[in-house]
Design a protein around this ligand. Structure first.
Ligand SMILES: Cc1cc2nc3c(=O)[nH]c(=O)nc-3n(C[C@H](O)[C@H](O)[C@H](O)COP(=O)(O)OP(=O)(O)OC[C@H]3O[C@@H](n4cnc5c(N)ncnc54)[C@H](O)[C@@H]3O)c2cc1C
Length: 507
């Protein structure tokens, strides 16, 4: 299975091709664009209800962030209950708490119904404070959780070799193998008559009164409804201004003496570190994650791995580093995901995005919400997670700040591109964005001396891409589109490649 980066994640051995033989001129009830956990779960749910569905995937099933996740199943979220009570009120915060429990239940139901073997385990989690400031945050988190009826218990010990000041135990969390899980969902979907079209990029849509025509790299596809399960929708939409792309790092280590923590673990650093265990080829490995930053905002993404590794080695008795990979998620402006009708469209196009680091949960929850909206026209979550919601006044400053930062990137990128006077300035393995005669270019030199020259302007909204040395990709800081060294699109919202000038070999 391929992923949208040069590094291999711990999950990648599981899938090859899952495409079915399809007649794309047929009519579909719902076309689901995107083959990650959101698209696959939604497609299966709709197919189970008797719909005829197709999953359209630009690359292969699991290619996006689902192939680069860490797959904790936690129903306390990056946006705390306390924050949601403050911004959206207690009743909405209670509904938000219910959504996590509903999502884990949906996963368990699928596992039971289809007999899925995906290393799913229920276990407790520890949330721990490392300093005085984190202690205050923890207190706030626990108070908010109590108000919405979510159990968190203060404890004196944790199963992590990390000095802490205070900690809580949170029962009934879990983790699983995300690719084994979605592979089994795809097989169930195909068994029920569902269609999967991989290597098919959805480029846009035309709305008609009672159907949608999708324009794709394999021609037009007609469906009564469309779900954009692409992590961020393609095209230009309001949601590109209410979601910011972030990069996050994960590594898997073997530990000496088989001394693995029994539970899930999370500190409250900014950004936080988090831990779980996964069996790989009969051995346990510790997966640690963290070092998040806004996409395109790190000069050396390789350094992020070094910092994460050093931090883990400081606390755990590491034997070997087996995997290191990074992936992208989206931060919504007001902290809650956007699940429902795509803003600015009529009634038949749906979207699910803005999951922060909780997309196993919200991607799964999206399958229920979007199913209910399409089949019955309503969902208990439709107002809370509405993509068209107006942010409560309390968080308005953050909204402006986040948008201003994206807008600033846009302008700044137009000004600050490097000059290079000759190609010999570029060392093997190095990359640069530079200006030449009023055009800007992205140049990468492979270790064997081959140059790859692209135009550096992102086709989505004309920002300038930045080099991601860890994943060998060009990443757009504005809305998160990503491209490989040949300009091929890896991650939307762009649906087009970067303009390729040439690859050439220089002696
Ligand atoms: C490092 C990291 C760790 C994480 N850990 C956790 C965790 O422990 N627990 C948790 O709950 N969440 C976690 N998350 C978040 C979670 O992994 C994501 O929110 C989730 O995987 C998103 O799934 P998705 O299906 O919506 O998107 P994706 O998995 O990104 O799938 C979208 C798919 O759409 C396809 N696509 C895009 N554009 C087009 C197009 N135009 N045409 C056709 N196809 C297209 C892509 O190729 C891709 O396969 C983590 C995220 C990161 C980055």
């Amino acid at each position: 299975m391929y992923r949208d980066g040069a590094r291999k994640s711990i999950w990648q051995n599981e899938i090859k091709r899952l495409s079915t033989e399809n007649d794309l001129t047929e009519w579909f009830d719902t076309a689901i664009v995107g083959g990650g956990i959101t698209g696959v779960s939604t497609a299966l749910k709709l197919q189970e209800s008797g719909q005829k569905c197709i999953i359209i995937e630009a690359a292969n099933i699991g290619f996006g962030t689902t192939g680069g996740t860490t797959a904790h199943l936690n129903d306390f979220f990056d946006t705390t209950f306390a924050q949601v009570i403050k911004d959206f009120g207690l009743e909405n915060a209670k509904l938000y708490a219910e959504s996590g429990k509903d999502a884990i239940q949906l996963i368990e139901n699928n596992i039971r119904r289809y007999g899925i073997s995906c290393d799913f385990v229920r276990k407790s989690a520890y949330l721990f404070a490392l300093d005085e400031n984190q202690e205050k945050q923890l207190k706030d988190i626990v108070t908010g959780a109590a108000e919405v009826g979510h159990e968190m218990l203060y404890v004196n010990e944790i199963s992590f070799p990390i000095p802490f000041r205070e900690a809580v135990l949170i029962p009934a969390q879990g983790h699983f193998h995300p690719i084994k899980y979605i592979k089994a969902l795809c097989e169930a979907f195909i068994q029920l008559g569902g269609a999967i079209e991989e290597k098919c990029i959805c480029e846009g849509y035309k709305e008609h009164d009672d159907y949608i025509v999708l324009t794709t790299s394999k021609g037009e596809i007609k469906a009564k409804n469309v779900v954009y399960a692409t992590h961020i929708p393609p095209g230009i939409n309001l949601l590109h201004f209410t979601n910011a792309p972030y990069r996050s790092y994960a590594m898997a280590f073997s530990l000496k003496d088989n001394d693995y923590p029994r539970e899930l673990g999370y500190d409250l650093c900014e950004p936080y570190h988090y831990y779980r265990v996964q069996e790989f080829e009969g051995e346990n490995l510790l997966i640690a994650g963290g070092e998040d930053h806004k996409t395109g905002h790190s000069d050396d993404t390789g350094e992020c791995f070094s910092r994460l590794e050093n931090y883990v080695r400081k606390h755990f008795d590491v034997e070997t580093t087996y995997f290191s990979w990074s992936s992208q998620y989206y931060e919504p402006i007001d902290g809650l995901p956007y699940i429902g009708k795509l803003p600015g469209t009529k009634d038949r196009i749906y979207v699910a995005t803005g999951f922060r680091g909780n997309g196993m949960i919200f991607g799964t929850l999206s399958s229920q919400i979007l199913h209910d909206l399409i089949i019955t026209g309503e969902s208990k979550y439709e107002h809370l997670f509405s993509p068209s919601r107006i942010k409560p006044i309390a968080g308005f400053t953050d909204f402006i700040k986040e948008n201003a930062s994206v807008a600033f990137d846009y302008i700044k990128d137009k000004i600050f591109v490097e000059r290079i006077d000759s190609l010999s300035e570029i060392k093997p393995g190095e990359a640069k964005v530079f200006r030449y005669e009023s055009e800007t270019y992205a140049l990468y030199k492979e270790l064997n001396g081959t140059f790859h020259l692209l135009r550096s302007t992102c086709p989505h909204a004309s920002c300038e891409v930045r080099w991601n040395s860890a994943e060998l990709s060009w990443d757009c800081p504005c809305h998160g589109s990503r491209f490989n060294v040949n300009g091929k699109m890896l991650t939307g919202p762009s649906t087009k490649p970067l303009d390729k000038i040439f690859p050439f070999q220089k002696k």
